[in-house]
Design a protein around this ligand. Structure first.
Ligand SMILES: [Zn+2]
Length: 200
């Protein structure tokens, strides 16, 4: 369904400030949601011109190009976006782009994972599953249990602290009461997704 009011609002926003990347992003998404893929292309290209590391914009641009019949353009955009999302640790856009590349019959870029050196392992460092950096382990498990141990073994301190900030938002937005077992499971699920840990 075309939401003209929403489109107009973001159009006005981007006309008022041609450097507003979020405005262009929202405009592109409004076009896409309205089934106007061809119109979405230009604003999304503008987002990337303003901020070349905005990985979600590549995912939407690739989708818009594909829906307007430009498969070659979509593959180029998604291949580039996949690498950027990987480097930044933006997992959801990265996985979305990998799926779109597969659907388009294109190869997903192979990214050589940096291996952790033996001496770093000996020194108690880890290669973080979320950001890919080699970093010291946190001084102790952030909490008890298997999940706490997995995190201690595979996630760096800065990433875990980022999750704490994110987790607070999850608790507030979903109104989770962590005394409740079901709420605890939902919280853990978000945490695993955020930290790039296996679901089970
Ligand atoms: Zn990390």
């Amino acid at each position: 369904m075309i939401d003209q009011e929403r489109i107009d609002r973001f159009k006005t926003m981007t006309e008022a400030d041609p450097t507003n990347e979020l405005g262009f992003f929202s405009l592109g998404r409004a076009f896409l949601d309205g089934g106007m893929a061809a119109e979405a292309i230009q604003p999304l290209q503008r987002v990337i011109a303003l901020n070349s590391s905005f990985s979600k914009a590549y995912a939407l641009l690739g989708m818009a190009q594909r829906q307007s019949g430009d498969s070659a353009g979509a593959i180029a955009t998604l291949t580039q976006g996949y690498r950027i999302a990987h480097d930044r640790g933006d997992l959801m856009p990265r996985n979305d782009m990998a799926m779109m590349l597969k659907e388009l019959g294109a190869p997903v870029p192979e990214i050589k994972e940096e291996q952790i050196a033996e001496e770093d392992l000996q020194a108690g460092k880890l290669k973080c599953r979320r950001c890919g950096r080699v970093a010291p382990k946190m001084p102790e498990q952030p909490f008890g249990g298997d999940l706490g141990k997995t995190i201690h073994d595979s996630i760096c301190g800065p990433c875990f602290r980022e999750w704490i900030g994110q987790g607070t938002k999850v608790i507030n937005e979903l109104r989770l009461n962590l005394v409740d077992k079901q709420a605890q499971d939902i919280y853990d699920q978000h945490m695993k997704e955020y930290l790039n840990l296996p679901a089970e």
